[in-house]
Design a protein around this ligand. Structure first.
Ligand code: AMP
Ligand code: MG
Length: 337
């Protein structure tokens, strides 16, 4: 199949592809999504095939008007109303009991559905001209999420009908996922809306154990996506926890052929090996924005091992931490010990 490159003036053409049951990659403020008509189970199946995504990993349904959610869920509790009012449109996904309109392919057999109202204008325009869209990140399953149309093309050329180029994504990591099908609400995946913001809005929110830690043997994932190896470039990511000076000393001792450092701006001058810069040490928003492009750059440059300075798990930094420990297979070298 030939994959067409479209721009923002060709939304009508993209909407036609969706209405005919095809696949279109669309920019959102988080990462690029791979979209199909969420109410068409056969179209949704194609998403799993194009990505190589395990069939038990459910998809997020994207809407472009709050009223669209009412037919997709069985209940819309007070806390959902508060979260929607405060954070939509934006990078927050809310899980609720699903209605019978949601095909099993979308919810992967669960009794719940994940819904998000993105703020990106092209995504909104596509939804308004077609239907609610089921859309996971538009990467091959397991590899870093795409934050530019070029990243999508690298993974999906020949596998999908079209890509809408909307430039690079504002947030750069996937949406925050909270489930209201549990009481108290539970944060399943950190993202652009922080745990602190959620607690300020609705009170108690439990941080699911799978956000920071690998699942124990035989443990069920509240969010199926959390159990898979994720976000990993081909290079080995070695995560190093510690102060800047200790990180720099440690990595300089380990320099060698095809070895690089994933570091902060203030460390560049002291490092004696090739570097990929994640941003300023205390600017978590910037780190989130650059993380996936940095992981892809490691492969483009052919590095075999990348020593990464572990981000602090606070604010949006929690989302960066959650992605990078998965890229590193949960192994952290702690220089503070
Ligand atoms: P992606 O769209 O690729 O960013 O992945 C969507 C994430 O949301 C995955 O981690 C899914 O497991 C999770 N998710 C989607 N729907 C549900 C649901 N109904 N219950 C729990 N997690 C979900
Ligand atoms: Mg994904």
């Amino acid at each position: 199949m030939e994959t067409k490159m479209l721009d923002g003036s060709q939304i009508e053409e993209a909407a036609d592809i969706i209405k005919k049951g095809g696949l279109v990659a669309v920019p959102t403020e988080t990462v690029y999504g791979l979209a199909a008509d969420a109410l068409n189970g056969d179209a949704v199946k194609k998403i799993f095939a194009a990505k190589g995504r395990p069939a038990d990993n459910p998809l997020i349904v994207h809407i472009a008007e709050l009223s669209q959610i009412y037919s997709l869920v069985r209940e819309f509790p007070e806390k959902a109303r508060i979260l929607a009012e405060r954070f939509w449109p934006g990078p927050l996904t809310i899980i609720l009991p699903k209605s019978e309109l949601i095909p099993d392919e979308v919810s992967a057999g669960l009794d719940t559905v994940a819904v998000r109202f993105p703020s990106n204008k092209l995504a909104q325009a596509l939804i308004k001209r077609s239907s609610p869209l089921a859309a996971p990140s538009a990467n091959l399953s397991g590899s870093p999420s795409p934050t530019s149309a070029g990243h999508v093309y690298d993974d999906m050329n020949g596998r999908i009908d079209a890509i809408i180029d909307g430039g690079s994504c504002e947030v750069g990591v996937e949406s925050t996922v909270i489930t209201l099908a549990a009481d108290p609400p539970r944060l399943l995946r950190p993202g652009g809306i922080t745990l602190e913001q959620l607690r300020a809005a609705v009170g108690e929110v439990v941080l699911d154990d799978a956000v920071m830690n690998p699942l124990k043997n035989g443990e069920q994932a509240a969010s199926p996506g959390m159990k898979y190896k994720h976000y990993s470039p081909k290079a080995d990511i070695v995560l190093i926890k510690g102060a800047s000076s200790d990180f720099v000393d440690y990595v300089n001792l380990h320099k060698g052929e095809n070895i690089a450092a994933l570091c902060y701006e203030n460390e560049v001058d002291r490092l004696e090996l090739p570097v990929i810069v994640m941003g300023e040490e205390n600017d978590y928003v910037q780190q989130a924005n650059r993380l996936f492009a940095a992981l892809r750059a490691a492969d483009e440059k052919g590095f075999k091992t990348v020593y990464a300075h572990c981000p602090k798990p606070e604010g949006i930094g929690l989302a960066v931490y959650n992605r990078i420990i998965r890229a590193a297979g949960f192994e952290v070298t702690d220089l503070e010990k």
